[in-house]
Write a protein that binds this ligand. Structure first.
Ligand code: ZN
Length: 68
């Protein structure tokens, strides 16, 4: 039995994830500024975070009924 999880990302979300990880890395390594996301980017990243949390077995809110 594997403990892997699988996420399928659309291209825009994958680009947002790449940019975010890169910028956070540069920020931690050299203090580079982190660009605030646009509203669309924030929505995509929020959806990704919620989905990732669900795949890890975490509820997205006290009222989450997404986990079956
Ligand atoms: Zn949920």
């Amino acid at each position: 039995m594997t403990d892997d999880i699988t996420l399928r990302l659309d291209r825009a979300t994958a680009e947002d994830l790449h940019a975010t990880l890169y910028e956070v890395g540069e920020h931690l390594a050299a203090g580079a500024p982190i660009t605030p996301p646009t509203t669309e980017e924030a929505v995509r990243l929020g959806n990704l975070l919620r989905e990732l949390g669900h795949r890890l077995g975490r509820a997205c809110s006290p009222y989450c009924d997404h986990l079956v």
